[in-house]
Design a protein around this ligand. Structure first.
Ligand SMILES: *Cc1c(COP(=O)(O)O)cnc(C)c1O
Length: 398
């Protein structure tokens, strides 16, 4: 093994997740080091001048580049199959930096309706203020995407599968639509990660991550990333470097180590989620389960084709509305009542009064967020324990 652990083209995702990205220093360390430094020194005034002027590559200041952050960026770029990755301080900072980098006043975004709540606020409130308007469409309706595109549309933005109903869009078909209209396609790949879905290989131009979720996988740190081609990522890098939403070396190290077990964890998450979805479907108190791993899911076939797993987030509806849903949540003793996901700990929420609480009644109905809907982000505890924690409240409803 040489000092430059540059990815071998033939390496599988599991190998890249462990080996890609780390450039061993002269200390010959085995593990990836943390460089907690704000700035870097030069050997001479002339070297400082060259590095400041951009004539010579190298570290200057950790808002621009940092070796620990670079290790995470190279490793994630290898996993997503992108030319370049730029890490950010959060998932929201990844979206903010992408749009600031690639769009300007007068441009438009077309986005799927069922997006992460803060993404909608960012688009409507803050990009709206900058003169960048967003139109929302039904995630899976390709004709609606195309109809919403205008000559000003520069970006199509989707989260697939959606939260919490597991709706799916055909990424390859959406990329074709975007490119026919000279727009870029960005996919928020937070729910599946490159272990289960590779949007760039399907034709997307940009992948967005909240590293806070499965890339870390244990709920320890907030961070994000954008992956794609050099051309667009150089612009995103410019925003991060100048505006400052950069990732700290400590958090980058946590995510780098998180990636090493990504594939194993995602497989285990999917196994637990599938077993839970099937058990819920058979429970008499449950009216409906939303999980693309179920044969009954309207896009099960598409999800099978474009994903190598169905993810760990599922929604289910209990009979009896809000009162029944709250009673199931309150009867749990182990599951964490929290909106976070992507953790080894299973979490449970009532979307209608939390994550989607700010939507109006008609908006909730359009998004399929009923009062009886419960979302579970399935963790890695023993499936019997997750089931019995939910059975307590569900059995009491029948
Ligand atoms: C959490 C999340 C985000 C935002 O990420 P932060 O790290 O919390 O800023 C964006 N998209 C999706 C799908 C998320 O779940």
């Amino acid at each position: 093994m040489n000092d430059e652990m540059s990815p071998d083209d033939s390496w599988a995702l599991e190998t890249l997740a462990i080996r890609a990205g780390h450039r061993r220093t002269h200390e010959q360390e085995h593990g990836e080091p943390i460089f907690p430094t704000s700035s870097f020194v030069y050997g001479s005034a002339a070297e400082a001048a060259r590095k400041f002027g951009g004539e010579e590559r190298g570290n200057v200041y950790s808002r621009f580049t940092n070796p620990t952050v670079h290790t995470f960026e190279r490793r994630l770029a290898a996993l997503e199959g992108g030319e370049r990755c730029v890490a950010t301080s959060s998932g929201m900072a990844a979206i903010l930096s992408t749009v600031l980098a690639l769009l300007q006043a007068g441009d438009e975004i077309v986005a799927s309706r069922s997006l992460f709540g803060s993404t909608v606020s960012l688009f409507d409130k803050y990009f709206g203020k900058l003169g960048i308007a967003t139109r929302y469409v039904e995630l899976s309706d390709l004709a609606a995407w195309e109809a919403a595109i205008t000559p000003r549309t520069r970006l199509l933005f989707a989260e697939t599968p959606s939260n919490p109903l597991s709706e799916v869009v055909d990424i390859a078909a959406l990329a074709e639509i975007a490119h026919r209209h000279e727009a870029l396609l960005a996919i928020d790949n937070c729910f599946l990660t490159p272990a289960l879905q590779k949007p760039l290989a399907l034709g997307a131009d940009l992948v967005i991550h909240s590293a806070t979720k499965y890339l870390d996988g244990q709920g320890r740190a907030v961070g994000g990333a954008v992956v794609g081609r050099n051309k667009e990522l150089e612009e995103v890098f410019g925003v991060v470097r100048t505006c400052g939403p950069c990732l700290s070396p400590f958090n980058a190290w946590i995510f780098t180590k998180g990636l090493e077990t990504l594939s194993l964890r995602m497989r285990a998450h999917c196994e637990n989620a599938q077993a839970l979805a099937e058990w819920l479907q058979a429970h008499p108190a449950v009216a409906r389960v939303h999980y693309s791993g179920l044969a009954e899911h309207p896009q099960h076939g598409l999800a099978r084709r474009q994903q190598s797993g169905f993810g760990a987030v599922l929604g289910f509806e209990v009979k009896g509305g809000r009162e029944a849903a709250w009673s199931v949540i309150d009867a749990t003793r182990m599951l964490s009542i929290t909106g976070n996901l992507g953790d080894v700990k299973t979490t449970i929420t009532h979307p209608a009064t939390t994550t989607h609480g700010r939507l109006s009644q008609p908006q909730k109905e359009a998004a399929g967020i009923g009062e009886g809907l419960i979302r579970v982000a399935v963790g890695l505890e023993a499936i019997e324990d997750i089931r019995s924690d939910l059975a307590r409240g569900l059995d009491a409803l029948i």
